[in-house]
Design a protein around this ligand. Structure first.
Ligand SMILES: [Fe+2]
Length: 484
């Protein structure tokens, strides 16, 4: 019995070790190759693994327990029959009532189909009666099989192997009036035991198989039940991220997932509200920023009564060129602000030079040329204005490289600067100056055309001249185009 229990414990240990290895391999697989697998798959996978392994261990354990139970019950029955015969056979043996003994053996054999033989032997192991009559008179050799059980009254059970297979031989001593007279020997067919064990094992395995299938089905349902709100939450987070969330998510339950969904809906509504406020603030800020730029431009122009409104007019003309060139709305907006900032450096130019009535001498002209670098320096103070530095610094460059401050040539001159150059020159020519009256538009256009390829980029000159031929453009009010 102890040996059986030890064997059973060893089997269970080996099964558990095999299962642990399987779990380790499964975990490795999950972490390495299926890390990106869906949550539904992971839940179903782990539930199925858990159900299968649990059912497997339980079925193995149950089969083992049932086998031991069946074995004990069969042997117990054999022992019981043997003891019953031994109790009755004492008197018959003493009185040499062979008919009575034969009757006992016959009844026992005929009522137990799993008994291969029933015999009564005397103290010398000589067979007195036997269910197989030809064995009567034979001396029974002492069985050499493995001792399976030994009771205190001398009853022994041995497992033997002979030509017909494995059997359990039960030997019950016959004691009458405290005197040993012989033994009852019963041979139990082990194959009947194995057949019973096989039937029970099959039934247990079928039951656990059904449990596994039901477990898989249930886990699939459970996964669906759990995954649906999680999937909708995931989609809700995605929509929230891109600002496309419209309706609150459906709350399926009042458990932790339901609370999570409710909290998400509240958070989503709060974020949407804050996003709306931020959008409004951003618009207000943009309007304030454009207004500030216009004020700065007006302040620059206001220092010289002759250049009043100059930056705004340059912006309008530049926008016309930019539109015709096919610039995007965002680029046109940048171009407008770039125009308003293009002469910001003149803030540092002394009044004695900026407002001088006559022609500038060389030193004064050199100082006047510095306004482009002053402007670039002023704009560099604010990172958000740094994108306007190239157009401010290079709006006096010439297409042929003879401009200032860097002598850039052709397409090396930034596009905004090249556009502003034409608009700036046209507005300067068509405005009164202290030392000359304004030129007629036709004369100004003729001079710009004349300087195409030397001072101005030919492609932009062509666009500008074509635009200025249109009467609606010429008559357009000199106001800054709004893009806010
Ligand atoms: Fe300028």
């Amino acid at each position: 019995m102890i040996a059986n229990l030890r064997s059973f414990a060893l089997k269970i240990t080996s099964y558990i070790q095999a299962l642990l290895k399987f779990f380790q391999a499964a975990l490795h697989l999950m972490t390495q190759r299926y890390r990106s697998a869906s949550l539904r798959f992971k839940i179903a996978f782990f539930v199925v693994i858990f159900m299968t392994s649990t059912s497997f261990i339980l079925s193995i354990g149950t089969v083992q327990i049932m086998n031991n139970y069946i074995l004990n019950e069969i042997i117990k029955r054999g022992e019981s029959v043997g003891k019953s015969i031994a109790a009755s056979a004492g008197y018959n043996l003493l009185s040499k009532d062979l008919l009575g003994l034969d009757n006992l053996v016959f009844k026992a054999k005929s009522s137990n189909s799993d008994m291969l033989y029933v015999a009564i032997v005397d103290l010398n192991m000589k067979t007195v009666v036997h269910s197989a009559t030809e064995m009567i008179g034979e001396t029974k050799s002492v069985a050499q099989g493995q001792l399976f059980r030994e009771a205190a009254d001398g009853t022994t059970v041995k497992e033997l192997t002979n030509s017909s297979g494995s059997i359990f031989e039960i030997l019950c001593p016959i004691v009458f009036m405290k005197k040993s007279l012989g033994s009852v020997v019963i041979g139990m067919n082990k194959s009947i035991l194995l057949e019973a064990q096989r039937k029970v094992s099959s039934m247990i395995l079928i039951v656990f198989g059904i449990i596994v299938v039901l477990g898989m089905f249930t886990s699939s349902l459970l996964a669906s039940f759990l995954i649906r709100p999680i999937k909708e939450l995931s989609a809700g987070v995605e929509e929230l991220k891109y600002g496309t969330a419209k309706n609150p998510l459906r709350i399926y339950s009042q458990d932790e997932l339901g609370k999570l969904t409710r909290n998400f809906n509240e958070m989503s509504a709060m974020i949407a509200n804050q996003r709306g406020k931020l959008t409004k603030y951003a618009r207000d800020l943009e309007v304030a920023y454009v207004s500030m730029v216009k004020v700065v431009a007006a302040a620059i122009d206001a220092r010289d009564s002759y250049t009043h409104g100059h930056s705004a007019r340059v912006a309008q003309l530049s926008l016309l060129i930019g539109k015709q060139k096919g610039l995007s709305k965002a680029k046109l907006r940048d171009l407008e602000v770039a125009c308003l900032f293009h002469d910001v450096g003149k803030i540092k130019t002394p009044d004695s030079i900026l407002l001088k009535q006559g022609k500038l001498n060389k030193a004064e002209y050199t100082e006047m040329m510095q306004h482009v670098e002053y402007g670039a320096s002023i704009l560099s103070w604010a990172p958000s204005l740094s994108k306007y530095i190239p157009s401010t610094r290079h709006h006096h460059e010439w297409h042929n490289g003879k401009g200032y401050p860097d002598g850039l040539v052709g397409d090396n001159i930034p596009l905004f600067a090249a556009i502003i150059t034409i608009a700036d020159a046209f507005d300067a020519m068509t405005s009164d100056r202290p030392y000359r009256k304004a030129l007629f538009k036709e004369e100004a256009l003729r001079r710009i055309d004349h300087m195409s390829g030397t001072q101005f980029r030919p492609e932009l000159v062509a666009i500008f001249l074509e635009l200025m031929e249109k009467s609606d453009v010429q008559d357009a009010p000199l106001s800054v185009v709004r893009f806010a």
